[in-house]
Design a protein around this ligand. Structure first.
Ligand code: PLP
Length: 229
């Protein structure tokens, strides 16, 4: 295998640092390498190049890669895809973070199914910021109520928000997310994370306070057909 992944990571880290310096951004931001549809070997390569946090969209892929790579100490799995309630058990077992919680029932199941011998699951609430009919995410005006309920669940830690804006509506959506995040932090001061920005729009997201950018294509190259699950 070539060293393309290591090189792509290095240029992403450099581009991020350069942009942060140029824009005088003060928040700490990190890169989540989105490895969906890519083999465990690709994740392992990225790990050996220094990357620790990986994002997965499909439960079956999370389970198989996390199992195969369990010897990699310090690897961190972020579940970022839509969640069906019959899949929560595997997510509760294998993920360290979940970015895509948009209803209480899912949060309750994850908390109940998170093994007691593991650290609480760190969770973000997904907001339907562009008001898209078909998109997952809680409506902005229902967010604070959901946050209060999720914050009470014993095996979850409410850490912040996530959004996937409609293509082309990035700036407006990111700005609204930044406002929502500040509102949320008034009630939940530890919920500071803001997961937004992908390969095409991460600069814009960083400008509006993103603390986690989720890069797939920029790190692992173009994807083929997604797996079913
Ligand atoms: C696939 C995916 C990404 C990564 O997208 P790229 O455009 O390849 O960087 C980020 N976030 C979510 C939720 C995704 O599903």
């Amino acid at each position: 295998m070539t060293n393309n992944i290591a090189e792509a990571l290095k240029s992403a880290y450099n581009a991020i640092t350069e942009f942060q310096t140029k824009q005088q951004l003060t928040q700490q931001s990190r890169l989540i390498a989105v490895s969906k549809t890519k083999p465990a070997a690709a994740v392992e390569q990225a790990f050996h190049a220094g990357q620790r946090a990986f994002g997965e969209n499909y439960v079956q892929e999370l389970v198989s890669k996390a199992t195969e790579l369990q010897q990699l100490t310090g690897i961190e799995w972020h579940f970022i895809g839509p969640i069906q309630s019959n899949k929560t058990k595997d997510i509760a077992l294998y993920a360290d973070w979940v970015h895509s919680i948009d209803r209480l029932k899912i949060a309750e199941r994850l908390s109940a199914q998170r093994p007691m011998n593991k650290a609480p699951l760190q969770v973000l609430l997904q907001v339907n910021i562009s008001g898209e009919e078909s998109k997952s995410g809680i409506e902005p005006d229902e967010l604070l109520q959901l946050a209060d309920a999720v914050a009470k669940l014993p095996q979850l830690r409410l850490k912040g928000l996530m959004a996937i804006p409609q293509p082309g509506k990035g700036a407006e959506a990111f700005e609204q997310m930044q406002k929502l995040s500040l509102q949320l932090q008034q009630q939940h001061p530890d919920a500071k994370e803001l997961s937004m920005g992908m390969s095409d729009d991460w600069q814009q997201a960083l400008r509006f306070g993103s603390t986690m950018i989720r890069l797939g294509t920029a790190i692992f190259g173009a994807r083929g057909i997604p797996s079913n699950d």
